[in-house]
Structure formats: C-alpha cells, structure tokens
Design a protein around this ligand. Structure first.
Ligand code: ADP
Ligand code: MG
Length: 289
C-alpha cells in the first residue's frame, strides 16, 4: 500500500533556459507532461527542441521528438542557428525523430479514423531505440483537426499522456492558440489533460513585439505567477530577461573609466561611470499590464 510517507515530492528537471529555474522554482516537473501553448511564431518549437537539446548537452539524457508539422529535415536545418546539431545527435543515438508530419501525396485522413495506436507504437520504438527520458510532441493542433468533437480529442490526448507517463518520460506537448489572451488552447480541452501548463506569448505592444512566458499551472508544486519577458538569441535559444536585476545593478556602480577624451571626461564629472553586468544577473521581473 502506498502511504503518504512513501510518495516523493515532485522532482524538477533543468531545461537549459537561463532564468527558467527562477520562474519555475527549479525546472520542469519530472516524469510528467507539460502543455506549452502559444500562437503561431510564439517559440513553441524552439522551446520543445531546447528541452531535448539541454537534456543531451547538460544531463546526458536522450530525447525523442515527435513532429506533426515541420519535417525532421526542416527542424534540423532551422535549429543549426542555435548550435544544436540534431543530425549529429541522431548519429550518436541520443536523439530520434518520429515523423508524423504531412507527407507528400498522403491521403486525407477521414475524421475520427486517425490511428493513434500506430503512432504510440512508433513512439515506444523510438524511446527504446535511444533509451530516451525526455520527449517533445510538436504540435498537437495538427492531428486534432482530424477529430471534430472535443470528447474524442480529450480521450485520445489522455491516452497519449497516460502512455508517456507509463514509459517514465518527462514530456512537452505543444498546442496552438488563436489569440494571445483568452482560451489556453485552440480546442479548449488540451490543458485539462496535462499536469502542467505554460503559455508563450508574442504580443504587439506599442509597435514593439514583446515575448513572454507564463507558468499557468504546475500540479503539486510551486512556481512564480505572472508573465515573464524572454528573448530568442541566435546561438543560445530562449533566454528570460532579468529586468529587475538590470535596473538594480545600473545604479550600484561608482567605478569610473576614461572616455579617451579629457574634455568629455570633464563634462561627465571625471570620466564615464562603468556599469557591470554579470553574465546572468538574476530572476526576471513580471510584466506589468
Ligand atoms: N534558428 C533561429 N535563429 C534565430 N531565431 C529563430 C530561429 N528559429 C526560430 N527563431 C525565432 O523564433 C520564433 C518562433 O519560432 P517557432 O518556435 O518556430 O514558433 P512556433 O513553433 O510557436 O510557431 C521565430 O519567429 C523566430 O523569430
Ligand atoms: Mg512550431
């Protein structure tokens, strides 16, 4: 019998996003499924790849990427800009694709007849092949356009999530949203199946694009509340923006460095004031709306 004493607390996994540890209080809940929801272009695919890349690079944990939208070739090519050499990881047996993207000449699948059982069998095979402990499914929307009622979608999603859990995997499922604020996901049921929900936003704010991440729910464990800004950096991936720490550090320096021009130094009260940034100053500040 399982007693309260024998149930461990929810462990968390680091996912290689600088600043994510602070907003998630230690990382992504281990052995559970997290839904990452966002509009088109909100960085769902980058998030899903970064999760597996950090596992390989920082924790020697292997991953499976199930793609419903882009072809494996396109993903490999797009992610080279972040220095993630997926093809190399495939050769080393650290990464496996399950290609469920639309194939040229594929017959249109009749609503309700999509065979999730066959897909689950392919996922199991890939997981065993690379001994995976992490999995990303990107993006769910593409398969669920094939079902036309929310009960079927909920039931099939539950089947996937249960199978992933039984395989002992920590999973990310991405889902499409049509608006930045409002329903969490397009079909309105995806968030009820996952243990955890993260929303990515890409909002037009006074003619500037503002990217934010919000942890909406982590079942059984804590997290920071509210929208946190982030940016996408070539060569690195997603990085949270630590606004509050930058603001504090900017006023704390009294070191002066010469500008090279005695006249300019005099106008600045002796010389320029040096502002020192550490490589990562600290936790991000919530976005005020
Ligand atoms: N290789 C890359 N280098 C730099 N930025 C990239 C790269 N790939 C994607 N991005 C940026 O990330 C954004 C989100 O991409 P993506 O994750 O594909 O969005 P989604 O999957 O939510 O539709 C792109 O619009 C682009 O600005
Ligand atoms: Mg995508």
């Amino acid at each position: 019998m399982i007693t309260l004493k024998t149930i461990p607390v929810v462990e968390k996994l680091k996912i290689g996003i600088p600043g994510f540890d602070q907003i998630s209080h230690g990382g992504l809940p281990k052995d559970r499924t997290t839904l990452v929801s966002g509009t088109s272009g909100s960085a769902k695919t980058v998030f899903a790849v970064q999760f597996l890349a950090s596992g390989i690079q920082q924790a020697d944990q292997h991953g499976v990427f199930v793609t419903f939208e882009e072809s494996p070739r396109d993903i490999c090519q797009n992610m080279l800009g972040f220095n993630w050499n997926i093809q190399e990881w495939e050769k080393q047996g650290k990464w496996a694709f399950v290609d469920a993207s639309p194939q040229v000449g594929e017959e249109t699948i009749v609503a309700g007849k999509f065979d999730l059982g066959a897909l689950l069998a392919r996922i199991k095979h890939a997981v065993q092949k690379v001994n995976a402990s992490r999995i990303s499914l990107d993006s769910l929307g593409a398969i669920f356009t094939k079902f036309n009622d929310s009960n079927t979608i909920r039931r099939e999603l539950f089947r996937i999530a249960t199978a992933l859990k039984a395989m002992g995997l920590t999973a990310i499922m991405t889902a499409e949203r049509t608006q930045e604020y409002g329903e969490v996901s397009r079909f309105g049921v995806e968030e009820f199946v996952a243990d955890n929900v993260i929303v990515l936003r890409n909002v037009l704010d006074e003619e500037n694009r503002r990217r934010t991440m919000e942890v909406l729910r982590f079942r059984g464990t804590s997290h920071q509340k509210g929208e946190m800004p982030f940016t996408i950096v070539p060569g690195h991936g997603i990085i949270m923006i630590p606004l509050s720490a930058i603001e504090i550090k900017q006023t704390s320096s009294s070191t002066r460095v010469t500008s090279g021009s005695p006249e300019l130094d005099r106008m600045c009260g002796g010389a320029f004031i040096a502002i020192q940034f550490s490589s990562y100053p600290g936790p991000p500040a919530p976005v005020r709306r």
